[in-house]
Design a protein around this ligand. Structure first.
Ligand code: MN
Length: 282
């Protein structure tokens, strides 16, 4: 089994070394990771600049590693589609320093690296350590290896990745493992307004996280209860439950209505009713 390992904290982050080392007994591990921290880069890809890839000596012995001047998604695409002779059997992203829970997975480079694997048809796992202070990746690495063995044994449905968050605690202090759904996170006072030495105002994104869920099934709640959280994710954002109601909206533009074709009025932006009057009902 060949495992492509990536991250968004950069190739020199201790978390990716811990992950590569933990997965090494399970197969051939190849690292493709960004040349610098790309946290919160989301699913960005590089289209307007050249991508450079260089094989480098990795801190963990016996592991082939490539550094890329791109994003986690670039790393996975390049590895799977351009550098490796065939696509890897699994993509594992992490171990991120800090949690990737609830709404934050949308912004996460760690989760996006795994998601890129899924888009390419490769099963994937994202692993995050839910602490910034005591960065001991040992337990998270052990759990990642354990979960990868289970993925090998049972398989994953198509289009699915597992998003794992491990509390920053010794194994003895963990309350167990919980299968979860994404919780809801918001931030308070997100923008700190400051003044630079030349008197110009600038903003620095900061803020305090607010977890709005108290449902024990939410990943955010599981982590606060000292549980390892495992959430199955997919990239299809379609709200299937709303499809039937939306289908009943009169969405068709009336092609024979003169008023509808007047300049500036095509899309109902002139204050006119945007829903066609009569004849628009399917
Ligand atoms: Mn990160």
């Amino acid at each position: 089994m060949q495992i492509l390992v990536t991250n968004d904290d950069g190739i020199w982050a201790p978390g990716i070394a811990a992950l590569a080392e933990a997965l090494r007994p399970l197969g051939e591990v190849v690292v493709f990771a960004p040349d610098r921290e790309r946290s919160a880069i989301g699913h960005a890809i590089t289209m307007h600049n050249p991508l450079r890839v260089e094989e480098i000596p990795f801190p963990v012995e016996g592991i082939q590693a490539y550094v890329v001047n791109g994003t986690p998604s670039d790393c996975v695409k390049l590895g799977a589609e351009a550098i490796l002779p065939r696509p890897p059997d699994l993509v594992v992203s992490g171990i991120n320093l800090g949690p990737n829970l609830g709404t934050d997975v949308i912004y996460s480079g760690t989760v996006s690296g795994a998601l890129e694997g899924v888009i390419l048809g490769i099963p994937a796992v994202a692993v995050s350590l839910a602490t910034y202070a005591e960065a001991d990746f040992e337990v998270a690495g052990r759990f990642a290896a354990h979960l990868v063995r289970l993925v090998q044994k049972y398989g994953l449905p198509p289009d699915t990745l597992l998003n794992v968050n491990v509390p920053g605690l010794p194994l003895a202090d963990l309350a167990g493992v919980k299968v979860t759904r994404l919780g809801t996170r918001r931030y308070r006072n997100v923008f700190d307004r400051r003044t630079d030495p030349r008197g110009k105002v600038y903003y620095w994104m900061a803020g305090e996280v607010l977890d709005l869920d108290d449902d024990p099934e939410a990943d955010t709640v599981a982590i606060s209860n000292n549980l390892i959280s495992v959430t199955p994710l997919r990239y299809d954002l379609t709200h299937t439950g709303f499809l039937p109601e939306l289908t009943r909206w009169p969405l068709e533009l009336a092609k024979d209505d003169q008023a509808q074709s007047a300049p500036g009025r095509q899309y109902g932006c002139s204050g006119e009713p945007s829903v066609p009057q009569g004849g628009g009902q399917p």
